[in-house]
Design a protein around this ligand. Structure first.
Ligand code: GLC
Ligand code: GLC
Length: 650
């Protein structure tokens, strides 16, 4: 890499060559007011050197590099000028308070527009419900234009500028974003940037043989290169197609399709792709989106002889998008979706890359601990891997729209004499309900005969045992299942980071097998936990005699407690210390914020467990469980009933 001084000097020169042109084109033409323009130039001066350095590393060897960079700058200026005034105000506000997302008031929810509420207007009508649940962050699943039939739940985008007409229009989306913001809720959308659908205009043009557009994708005349890549690639959706490439007979070519055949991987080695996608990113930001979920981050760069996952250039691409956002839409935050080995998950989490990240390890290990009734791997992994940069936060969740992959580290497991391969087999057997005595009702996802690999689909409630308990009409089991659901939510609500509720889980939504009758969905078991929302079921949320009401009311109470105690926020001066409480069935940690301290304990077994206070804290005054109000004395033994958790304030 060229040295930093040289890069900074070139960045400076480039900038001062381009600024007069930008001045003339935008400020001079009266496209924006002078004060705003000065702010924009200041941001450029601050962040452009970083953007330039990254682009130089990625594309500096290409003959038209400077031309590309100038184009990217012009795009940034154009998109910023087009940014609505209210969002420019939000930009200023977020710059003044960059850690806003750490607040204890943050509570996230995620849903599909069509399944939850029919369309965008329907979602708007649900704002009172979002307020009831105290949501401050709403992730709407993919809603842009996509192919009819199977479109991977919208993860195959045909246009980033058009909403799927069945759901509404861009204007309605922008209007919804504003309305949500006025109600204290930030809109979160995906940026599906590893691939487009095969119906995207770029793909259609590539299909028709335009070389400029073929260069947007990775298209090969024969198997020579694909074969070389495949020697080291992981198969992601082996049910749909083996390997990573699809043959299109009409084209007589092979196209790189990591996921489905209709999802064509973009070629980021081409700077035109970076610049075109950068523009799409900013156009999504200008709708009023505040957090971008960067989909499938691991896969965006490929190199022969590697797994083509988590390569250094993938990070550079994301960092370059981050720098672009700091310049032209600074309110925007990035959340990474890296469902990979925890060492790699961690690499995406940096203030200048992704400020937020899913926490797939915590998610998977909560389920692991429920299956095994012990917390050793959870404890060990969290002790070593929970701490992240104070400028970043985890998004903690128990379920999402995807399968559960057992992405714990085999090295961590080895430390505890757990064999990763065998243990994953057990987990798959447990959660598909095949393991004798299992309470779970899940389904296998993408079972790979070649590697024995398998992931799990199923709703939170069904995996936690509610479906089986209801079917078998065992009241005790019903209560245990609800207590399990509540307990794992108590952890995502208190451990540090943004808790994210997969809407429906808060009223114990169970698996729905109707997807099997829909040809566009039947091949993908993830649809079992993506049902149409049953609003009759939601009506029972205030009736504590029903499972819905028991769970919902208890969960709401936890949310309220979280919101009232700044110790549950994250960021600077907030700590999470994971404890060995002397009982392998009980997960424990201390949250602290200066003098405020809360000890969280959670019993992962269906037997009563005890923990001695002396062992976990030098408590000198009585402590109080914020959930039940019960007091505990110094030196006392704490008894935890099956699946009981406490938030002990000391
Ligand atoms: C992400 C999505 C998943 C989708 C894949 C391909 O992992 O969460 O649902 O299948 O990307 O876009
Ligand atoms: C793989 C990918 C992840 C995606 C998932 C969808 O695990 O790593 O990004 O969410 O597949 O099932």
């Amino acid at each position: 890499m060229a040295d930093l001084t040289w890069i900074n000097e070139q960045a400076r020169r480039t900038l001062y060559r381009v600024i007069p042109q930008l001045n003339e084109q935008f400020a001079g033409a009266g496209a924006c007011n002078e004060v705003d323009w000065k702010t924009f130039i200041r941001r450029l001066e601050r962040h452009f050197p970083r953007l330039f350095g990254l682009l130089y590393q990625l594309y500096g060897h290409q003959y038209d590099f400077f031309f590309r960079v100038e184009n990217i700058l012009a795009t940034a200026a154009r998109m910023w000028v087009a940014r609505p005034q209210s969002l420019k105000e939000l930009d200023a506000c977020r710059e003044a308070q960059p850690g806003w997302f750490h607040s204890e008031k943050m509570v996230g929810g995620v849903c599909y527009v069509d399944l939850f509420a029919g369309n965008l207007e329907g979602v708007k009508a649900k704002i009172p419900y979002f307020k009831e649940l105290s949501l401050t962050y709403l992730h709407l699943m993919p809603l842009f234009k996509c192919p009819e039939g199977n479109n991977d739940g919208g993860y195959a985008v045909s246009s980033y500028r058009e909403v799927n007409p069945a759901l509404g229009t861009i204007e309605q989306l922008a209007d919804l974003a504003t309305e949500l913001r006025q109600n204290g809720n930030s809109l979160v959308l995906d940026f599906i940037f590893n691939h487009t659908s095969n119906e995207h205009e770029w793909a259609a043009k590539a299909f028709s043989g335009y070389p400029e557009y073929e260069a947007f994708y990775r298209i090969y005349p024969d198997r020579a290169i694909p074969d070389r890549y495949e020697q080291t690639l992981r198969e992601i959706f082996p049910d749909e197609h083996r390997g990573a490439f699809t043959y299109f007979p009409e084209l007589h070519r092979w196209v790189w399709t990591t996921f489905h055949s209709f999802q064509w991987d973009l070629n980021y080695e081409n700077p035109v792709v970076f610049s075109a996608m950068g523009e799409e990113l900013l156009s999504i930001a200008n709708i009023g989106v505040e957090v971008i979920r960067l989909d499938a981050v691991a896969f965006v760069w490929k190199k022969i002889g590697t797994t083509c996952e988590n390569l250094p250039e993938a990070h550079m691409i994301i960092q370059a998008f981050n720098a672009l956002a700091r310049i032209a839409a600074p309110a925007l935050l990035f959340k990474s979706e890296a469902i990979v080995h925890p060492d790699y998950v961690a690499q995406y989490i940096r203030p200048d890359e992704c400020q937020l990240s899913y926490n797939p390890l915590l998610m998977a290990l909560l389920w692991n601990s429920l299956a095994t009734r012990e917390v050793r791997l959870l404890r060990y992994s969290m002790q070593h891997r929970f701490a992240i940069d104070a400028g970043c936060a985890w998004v903690n969740y128990v379920r999402c729209h995807d399968d559960i992959g057992w992405t714990f580290s085999d090295e961590d497991a080895n430390q505890l004499s757990i064999n990763g391969y065998d243990h994953r087999k057990f987990l798959n057997s447990f959660f598909t309900g095949r393991f004798p005595g299992s309470y779970a009702t899940g389904m296998p996802f993408q079972e790979n005969p070649k590697t024995g690999d398998c992931r799990i689909s199923g709703s939170c409630a069904s995996l936690a045992g509610l479906e089986k308990a209801v079917k078998e009409e065992t009241g005790v089991e019903v209560d245990l299942a609800i207590q399990r659901i509540l307990m794992i939510h108590s952890i995502i609500l208190s451990m540090g980071g943004i808790p994210l509720i997969y809407l429906g889980d808060e009223i114990a939504t169970m698996n729905d097998y109707n997807y099997q009758d829909d040809p566009a969905k039947s091949g993908d078991s993830r649809w079992v936990h993506r049902p149409f929302t049953d609003w009759k079921k939601y009506e029972r949320r205030n009736d504590k005699q029903t499972p819905e009401g028991k769970l919902f009311q208890a969960l709401l109470k936890l949310v309220e407690i979280r919101k009232e105690h700044s110790v549950f926020a994250s960021g600077e001066n907030h700590e999470t210390e994971v404890l060995d409480v002397g009982n392998d069935h009980v997960f424990g940690y201390v949250r602290s914020y200066f003098n405020e301290k809360v000890i969280v304990l959670a019993n992962f077994s269906e037997r009563e467990q005890t923990v001695s206070i002396d062992r976990i804290s030098s408590m000198i005054l009585p402590g109080k469980d914020l959930v039940s109000g019960e007091e505990y004395q110094p030196g006392e033994e704490i008894k935890l009933e099956p699946y009981r958790f406490i938030w002990l304030s000391i």
